[in-house]
Design a protein around this ligand. Structure first.
Ligand SMILES: [Zn+2]
Length: 160
């Protein structure tokens, strides 16, 4: 049976790979009741949810499909199995979200970040050259900047 499946030309041509799904996680307000990928409980209409792109064998036999798995914002934030974006530009749809929704997402995913109006007013607590990696990371998180890399990379990001 397996041999037949592998060699069947009709089956191999039905495999399709949709290309229009962003690979980064995305945020959206739910338009209908659906189940959370993490806790399996319902995500109610108008609730903020986070989607991740997944792929697997779909309901139609022989069809490889890309799909979005949705989670409650809190479930996504608490999950250890999903990789979370370091900054807001790693979350598709965040930019277009309402101010209120942005704040909710920020509090869950980037709790150290300050509001956009406070960001320009931030000052470093001490000389940048005396700061530890941990301190640099916190300052970068406050400003919605990437904090990966070596200490010198962190300093450079913070200076720019
Ligand atoms: Zn959930």
């Amino acid at each position: 049976m397996l041999f037949f499946f592998v060699t069947s030309p009709t089956k191999s041509t039905t495999v399709s790979y949709p290309r229009n799904i962003p690979t980064m996680p995305f945020v959206q307000v739910s338009s209908e009741d659906q189940n959370c990928d993490q806790c399996s409980k319902s995500i109610t209409k108008n609730e903020i949810m986070i989607g991740v792109a997944r792929s697997g064998w779909g309901d139609t036999w022989g069809q490889w499909e890309n799909y979005k798995a949705w989670s409650h914002l809190k479930c996504y934030a608490a999950s250890k199995s999903v990789k979370k974006p370091m900054t807001t530009d790693g979350l598709y749809g965040y930019y277009w979200s309402s101010k209120k929704d942005k704040l909710k997402v920020m509090n869950e995913l980037w709790p150290n970040q300050v509001s956009d109006s406070e960001k320009p007013k931030l000052i470093l607590p001490k000389n940048i050259n005396d700061m530890t990696c941990k301190e640099l990371k916190l300052e970068l998180q406050k400003r919605d900047l990437r904090y990966s890399g070596k200490k010198q990379d962190q300093r450079d990001t913070l200076k720019n």
